[in-house]
Design a protein around this ligand. Sequence first.
Ligand code: C5P
Length: 217
Amino acid sequence: MSHIHIAIDGPAGAGKSTVAKVIAQKLNITYIDTGAMYRALTLKIIQSKVKFEDIDRIIEVCKGTSIELDNNRVILDDVDVTEKIREPIVNSNVSLIAKVPEVRKILVEIQRQTAQGKSVVMDGRDIGTYVLPNAPYKFYLTAAISERAQRRYLELKNKGFNIGLKEIEDEIAQRDKIDQERSISPLKPAQDAIIINTTSKTIKQVVEEIIDFIYRG
Ligand code: C5P
């Protein structure tokens, strides 16, 4: 069989990465978490104390940064930052970095190269619309914001972060707004994407729905 490309997009906390990881495992193909790349760069910008308004410097940092996704680990300039990029400080600033057009250009190029010539499931915000517009399988996962916030709340709580549900819901809403309103490749479903509402569905159900569709199609 020739290689397959599966694009999974959607707002924060819709279950994309969990679902994408299981699908990659089941189909024995590569998983590419594009959000992790924007997160890793954001972490570096924060650590380097570069101001979010200093777009020229952000672009410079981006050009001099190495981000590798290796077996679901995220390596930033040779340092494993897999856990660090999920911290609240990154959550609340990543969309500001991701809306910089030059940053997107650089990271999208890496994403396309990584997908070239192999089977991948890639998740993000603009995979079906922009990164892999010819992907034969496109899914857009969504869920009620209260449920998305609840999922993130439990995730952060398990990691020892004590952040209130309301604060998380506000942060997610703000991030979605910036992602949807940015000038370049904003968050939206591709015209040919299958939309799946994951509210009240288990990971297993969503994975089955997607795999059924792939085998049927
Ligand atoms: O998927 P995740 O929540 O880890 O993504 C973090 C942020 O990275 C998103 O809120 C968005 O601002 C940005 N992102 C993006 N395009 C992608 C993937 C993520 O703009 N393809």
